[in-house]
Design a protein around this ligand. Structure first.
Ligand code: ACM
Length: 262
Protein backbone atom coordinates (compact mmCIF):
# COMPACT_ATOMS: atom_id res chain seq x y z
CA UNK A 1 0.00 0.00 0.00
CA UNK A 2 1.38 3.40 -0.99
CA UNK A 3 0.84 5.79 1.89
CA UNK A 4 2.09 9.25 2.73
CA UNK A 5 1.46 12.77 3.90
CA UNK A 6 1.51 16.31 2.63
CA UNK A 7 3.21 18.79 4.94
CA UNK A 8 2.61 22.45 4.04
CA UNK A 9 1.67 25.85 5.40
CA UNK A 10 -2.00 26.80 5.01
CA UNK A 11 -2.66 30.54 4.77
CA UNK A 12 -5.02 31.56 7.58
CA UNK A 13 -8.61 32.08 6.44
CA UNK A 14 -7.96 31.40 2.74
CA UNK A 15 -9.93 28.19 2.36
CA UNK A 16 -10.24 28.16 -1.44
CA UNK A 17 -6.58 29.14 -1.96
CA UNK A 18 -5.39 26.38 0.41
CA UNK A 19 -7.72 23.84 -1.17
CA UNK A 20 -6.52 24.74 -4.66
CA UNK A 21 -2.90 24.26 -3.63
CA UNK A 22 -3.60 20.86 -2.03
CA UNK A 23 -5.63 19.65 -5.02
CA UNK A 24 -2.91 20.79 -7.41
CA UNK A 25 -0.15 18.95 -5.49
CA UNK A 26 -2.21 15.77 -5.00
CA UNK A 27 -3.21 15.72 -8.68
CA UNK A 28 0.38 14.88 -9.53
CA UNK A 29 0.97 11.91 -7.26
CA UNK A 30 0.22 8.18 -7.25
CA UNK A 31 -0.80 6.79 -3.89
CA UNK A 32 -3.42 4.81 -2.00
CA UNK A 33 -3.71 6.91 1.17
CA UNK A 34 -2.56 10.44 1.94
CA UNK A 35 -2.84 12.22 5.29
CA UNK A 36 -3.16 16.03 5.49
CA UNK A 37 -2.68 18.26 8.56
CA UNK A 38 -5.23 19.31 11.18
CA UNK A 39 -7.59 22.19 10.13
CA UNK A 40 -5.98 21.74 6.74
CA UNK A 41 -7.79 24.46 4.80
CA UNK A 42 -8.56 27.24 7.29
CA UNK A 43 -5.37 27.57 9.28
CA UNK A 44 -5.22 27.08 13.04
CA UNK A 45 -4.96 30.05 15.36
CA UNK A 46 -8.56 31.28 15.63
CA UNK A 47 -9.38 34.22 17.90
CA UNK A 48 -12.66 32.80 19.15
CA UNK A 49 -15.64 30.66 18.29
CA UNK A 50 -17.24 33.37 16.18
CA UNK A 51 -14.21 33.43 13.92
CA UNK A 52 -14.26 29.62 13.60
CA UNK A 53 -17.92 29.73 12.58
CA UNK A 54 -17.08 32.26 9.84
CA UNK A 55 -14.66 29.82 8.19
CA UNK A 56 -16.04 26.38 9.09
CA UNK A 57 -18.16 24.24 6.77
CA UNK A 58 -20.77 21.56 7.19
CA UNK A 59 -19.06 18.54 5.54
CA UNK A 60 -22.37 17.29 4.12
CA UNK A 61 -22.78 20.58 2.20
CA UNK A 62 -19.17 21.52 1.65
CA UNK A 63 -17.73 22.40 -1.74
CA UNK A 64 -14.27 21.66 -0.28
CA UNK A 65 -15.26 18.10 0.67
CA UNK A 66 -16.99 17.67 -2.71
CA UNK A 67 -13.86 18.64 -4.60
CA UNK A 68 -11.71 16.33 -2.45
CA UNK A 69 -14.11 13.46 -3.15
CA UNK A 70 -13.89 14.25 -6.89
CA UNK A 71 -10.09 14.15 -6.59
CA UNK A 72 -10.25 10.77 -4.78
CA UNK A 73 -12.41 9.43 -7.62
CA UNK A 74 -10.07 10.71 -10.30
CA UNK A 75 -6.91 9.50 -8.56
CA UNK A 76 -8.45 6.38 -6.98
CA UNK A 77 -6.98 7.15 -3.58
CA UNK A 78 -8.11 7.84 -0.03
CA UNK A 79 -7.52 10.96 2.02
CA UNK A 80 -7.51 11.67 5.73
CA UNK A 81 -7.68 15.38 6.39
CA UNK A 82 -8.21 17.77 9.25
CA UNK A 83 -11.39 19.78 8.71
CA UNK A 84 -12.93 22.83 10.39
CA UNK A 85 -16.47 21.60 10.91
CA UNK A 86 -19.67 23.54 11.50
CA UNK A 87 -22.87 21.73 12.51
CA UNK A 88 -25.76 24.07 13.22
CA UNK A 89 -24.44 26.32 16.03
CA UNK A 90 -21.59 23.97 16.98
CA UNK A 91 -18.07 23.84 15.62
CA UNK A 92 -15.60 20.99 15.85
CA UNK A 93 -11.95 20.35 15.12
CA UNK A 94 -12.58 17.29 12.95
CA UNK A 95 -10.93 14.81 10.66
CA UNK A 96 -12.48 13.13 7.64
CA UNK A 97 -11.71 9.89 5.85
CA UNK A 98 -12.81 10.24 2.24
CA UNK A 99 -12.41 8.13 -0.87
CA UNK A 100 -13.91 7.47 -4.29
CA UNK A 101 -17.11 6.34 -2.56
CA UNK A 102 -17.48 9.68 -0.72
CA UNK A 103 -17.23 10.69 2.94
CA UNK A 104 -16.54 7.46 4.82
CA UNK A 105 -16.07 8.67 8.38
CA UNK A 106 -15.82 11.87 10.39
CA UNK A 107 -14.06 12.06 13.76
CA UNK A 108 -14.27 15.06 16.12
CA UNK A 109 -11.18 15.78 18.23
CA UNK A 110 -11.76 14.51 21.75
CA UNK A 111 -8.93 16.35 23.49
CA UNK A 112 -8.80 20.05 22.70
CA UNK A 113 -5.44 21.77 23.13
CA UNK A 114 -5.01 25.00 25.07
CA UNK A 115 -6.92 27.92 23.40
CA UNK A 116 -8.84 25.50 21.17
CA UNK A 117 -11.05 25.19 24.26
CA UNK A 118 -12.20 28.79 23.60
CA UNK A 119 -12.97 28.10 19.96
CA UNK A 120 -14.35 24.58 19.47
CA UNK A 121 -16.91 22.26 20.98
CA UNK A 122 -15.47 19.09 22.50
CA UNK A 123 -15.58 16.12 20.16
CA UNK A 124 -18.56 13.83 20.58
CA UNK A 125 -17.82 11.00 18.13
CA UNK A 126 -16.55 7.66 19.44
CA UNK A 127 -13.22 6.39 18.17
CA UNK A 128 -13.75 4.17 15.16
CA UNK A 129 -11.78 2.09 12.69
CA UNK A 130 -12.80 1.86 9.01
CA UNK A 131 -11.62 -0.65 6.43
CA UNK A 132 -10.38 0.61 3.08
CA UNK A 133 -8.41 -1.51 0.61
CA UNK A 134 -8.32 -4.34 3.22
CA UNK A 135 -6.54 -2.00 5.61
CA UNK A 136 -7.98 -0.78 8.89
CA UNK A 137 -7.69 2.95 9.32
CA UNK A 138 -8.03 4.78 12.64
CA UNK A 139 -7.99 8.56 13.04
CA UNK A 140 -6.89 10.78 15.90
CA UNK A 141 -6.07 14.49 15.85
CA UNK A 142 -2.92 16.20 17.11
CA UNK A 143 -3.11 16.56 20.94
CA UNK A 144 -4.93 13.21 21.17
CA UNK A 145 -1.37 11.83 21.12
CA UNK A 146 -0.95 12.77 24.80
CA UNK A 147 -3.73 10.37 25.74
CA UNK A 148 -2.30 6.90 25.22
CA UNK A 149 -5.86 5.58 25.58
CA UNK A 150 -6.71 6.92 22.12
CA UNK A 151 -4.15 4.97 20.12
CA UNK A 152 -4.64 1.94 22.38
CA UNK A 153 -8.39 2.02 21.75
CA UNK A 154 -7.85 2.26 17.98
CA UNK A 155 -5.38 -0.66 18.18
CA UNK A 156 -7.89 -2.72 20.18
CA UNK A 157 -10.39 -2.07 17.38
CA UNK A 158 -7.87 -3.51 14.94
CA UNK A 159 -6.34 -0.39 13.39
CA UNK A 160 -3.40 -1.14 11.09
CA UNK A 161 -2.61 2.53 10.48
CA UNK A 162 -3.31 5.45 12.80
CA UNK A 163 -3.71 8.58 10.70
CA UNK A 164 -2.82 11.65 12.73
CA UNK A 165 -3.57 15.08 11.22
CA UNK A 166 -1.68 17.60 13.36
CA UNK A 167 -0.78 21.25 13.94
CA UNK A 168 1.93 20.66 16.52
CA UNK A 169 3.49 23.47 18.49
CA UNK A 170 5.09 21.52 21.36
CA UNK A 171 8.24 19.58 20.63
CA UNK A 172 7.44 16.17 22.17
CA UNK A 173 4.91 14.52 19.90
CA UNK A 174 7.01 13.18 17.04
CA UNK A 175 9.29 11.25 19.39
CA UNK A 176 6.35 10.02 21.49
CA UNK A 177 4.59 8.67 18.41
CA UNK A 178 7.44 6.14 18.01
CA UNK A 179 6.24 4.72 21.34
CA UNK A 180 2.55 4.93 20.41
CA UNK A 181 3.34 2.82 17.34
CA UNK A 182 5.58 0.40 19.23
CA UNK A 183 3.30 -0.18 22.23
CA UNK A 184 0.35 -0.90 19.91
CA UNK A 185 2.30 -2.46 17.03
CA UNK A 186 0.62 -0.17 14.49
CA UNK A 187 1.79 2.12 11.71
CA UNK A 188 1.28 5.80 12.42
CA UNK A 189 1.29 8.68 9.97
CA UNK A 190 1.56 12.10 11.59
CA UNK A 191 0.89 14.89 9.05
CA UNK A 192 1.94 18.18 10.59
CA UNK A 193 2.06 21.69 9.16
CA UNK A 194 4.91 24.16 8.97
CA UNK A 195 5.33 27.88 9.36
CA UNK A 196 4.48 30.78 11.61
CA UNK A 197 0.86 31.87 11.92
CA UNK A 198 0.74 35.56 12.92
CA UNK A 199 -2.62 36.79 14.15
CA UNK A 200 -3.59 40.04 15.94
CA UNK A 201 -3.95 38.07 19.21
CA UNK A 202 -0.56 36.33 18.98
CA UNK A 203 1.52 33.99 16.88
CA UNK A 204 2.27 30.27 16.76
CA UNK A 205 5.13 28.39 15.14
CA UNK A 206 4.42 24.86 13.95
CA UNK A 207 7.05 22.16 14.16
CA UNK A 208 6.74 20.21 10.86
CA UNK A 209 8.67 16.91 11.01
CA UNK A 210 5.72 14.93 9.70
CA UNK A 211 6.54 11.26 9.89
CA UNK A 212 5.69 7.63 9.21
CA UNK A 213 6.42 5.07 11.93
CA UNK A 214 6.44 1.26 11.67
CA UNK A 215 4.77 -1.14 14.16
CA UNK A 216 8.18 -1.90 15.70
CA UNK A 217 8.71 1.79 16.48
CA UNK A 218 11.14 2.37 13.60
CA UNK A 219 11.01 5.85 12.15
CA UNK A 220 10.54 5.11 8.45
CA UNK A 221 10.66 8.75 7.39
CA UNK A 222 10.61 12.18 9.00
CA UNK A 223 10.29 15.45 7.07
CA UNK A 224 12.27 18.57 7.85
CA UNK A 225 10.86 21.06 10.30
CA UNK A 226 10.07 23.98 8.00
CA UNK A 227 10.07 22.62 4.46
CA UNK A 228 6.98 21.77 2.47
CA UNK A 229 7.03 18.05 1.68
CA UNK A 230 4.86 15.50 -0.05
CA UNK A 231 6.14 12.05 0.83
CA UNK A 232 4.85 8.62 -0.19
CA UNK A 233 6.23 5.16 0.58
CA UNK A 234 5.24 1.50 0.31
CA UNK A 235 4.18 -0.27 3.47
CA UNK A 236 2.59 -3.63 4.19
CA UNK A 237 -0.28 -2.87 6.62
CA UNK A 238 -0.55 -6.56 7.57
CA UNK A 239 2.71 -6.12 9.52
CA UNK A 240 0.54 -4.37 12.12
CA UNK A 241 -1.41 -7.56 12.78
CA UNK A 242 1.48 -9.31 14.54
CA UNK A 243 1.18 -7.98 18.09
CA UNK A 244 4.04 -9.99 19.56
CA UNK A 245 6.93 -8.12 21.11
CA UNK A 246 8.77 -11.25 22.33
CA UNK A 247 8.07 -14.95 21.73
CA UNK A 248 5.89 -14.87 24.85
CA UNK A 249 4.42 -11.38 24.81
CA UNK A 250 1.54 -10.00 22.81
CA UNK A 251 0.92 -6.30 23.50
CA UNK A 252 -2.85 -6.65 23.34
CA UNK A 253 -3.47 -10.15 24.70
CA UNK A 254 -1.15 -9.69 27.69
CA UNK A 255 -3.10 -6.70 29.02
CA UNK A 256 -4.56 -7.04 32.54
CA UNK A 257 -7.42 -4.56 32.35
CA UNK A 258 -9.05 -6.03 35.46
CA UNK A 259 -6.21 -4.33 37.40
CA UNK A 260 -6.27 -0.95 35.66
CA UNK A 261 -9.71 -0.29 34.28
CA UNK A 262 -9.50 3.49 34.34
C1 ACM B 1 -2.72 20.58 18.81
O1 ACM B 1 -3.47 19.74 19.29
N1 ACM B 1 -3.01 21.21 17.68
C2 ACM B 1 -1.46 20.90 19.46
Amino acid sequence: MRVGFYQYKPVFGKVSKNLKKVVSVLSNIEADLIVLPELAFTGYYFRDRKEVLQHAEDPTKSSSIDSLIALCREKKFYLVSGFTEKRKDKCFNSSVLIGPEGLIHLYRKLHLFNTEKNCFDEGDTPLQVNTVMDCKIGMMICFDWVFAEVSRNLALQGADIICHPSNLVLSYCQQTMLTRSLENRVFSITANRTGLEKRPHGELKFTGKSQIVAPNGDLLYRAASQRENIYIMDIDPSNARDKSITAQNDVLEDRRPEYYSI
